[in-house]
Design a protein. Sequence first.
Length: 273
Amino acid sequence: MAHALTVPSIATHKRRSGRDPLVMVTAYDTPFTRIVDEAGVDLILVGDSVGNNVLGLESTLEVTIADIVHHTRAVRRARPHALVIADMVWMSYHTTTEAAVLNAAELIRAGADAVKLEGGARRVRVIEAIVAAEIPVMGHLGLTPQSVHMMGGLRVQGRDEAAAKLLLRDAELLAEAGCFAVVLEGIPRELAATVTEAIDIPTIGIGAGPDTDGQVLVLHDILGLGSSASPKFVRRYADLAEVAREAVASFGADVRALRFPSDEESYHAPKPN
Ligand code: KIV
């Protein structure tokens, strides 16, 4: 079935042209991909946040390209209408351009429609090479978790004038290099608005205020399945952890009280003739 949105249609999707904001969430497996697709999201990100949210890892730096391939396959099996973007993990695009193109191709072969990678000016050559291999690239600027050590922690970026200027320049460079969209994470609302106004590809914000062309949140944060305290930009729409705990506790109580399974939930031997 055709995608609801294609890369070329997203590349021109700007709110200033009267379009609705783009809706992007993460998903890492088949059942949740079905759910978010049925809920009508535009974009599904197989993020390296799978590390913290599903694999029990401390940091996204531990996630491998094989992990993202595995989870992208699971997402694709749900046959979503939404566009599927797979994250290029740390060190999958930081050595040679050739390695980066081959890693991006792995993600496309696993079922992604596009890849996402972090960074500005110093990623331009690699982005151009991946795009030249006919693989659409989404950029990611601001609080880029793969640079946690260089940033000295996961902190809001672009707060002073010099940093804001650099980030704006990075966004322009990513657009020129052929990115079809860019995630803006953890930056002041005012800077996100300036970047959104300055470039012709859509900006998708997370912790970047309401003025971007779209918003992304981690699904596990939306659903209350996150493993750690959420930053202030997260809005939790459900407490599935509590719902799940209650369901499993009820099952346990029924088993222990011999209320499960009932006779109706049991198979029966054929009645003797
Ligand atoms: O991996 C991820 O979930 C992300 C989003 C936070 C944009 O990169």
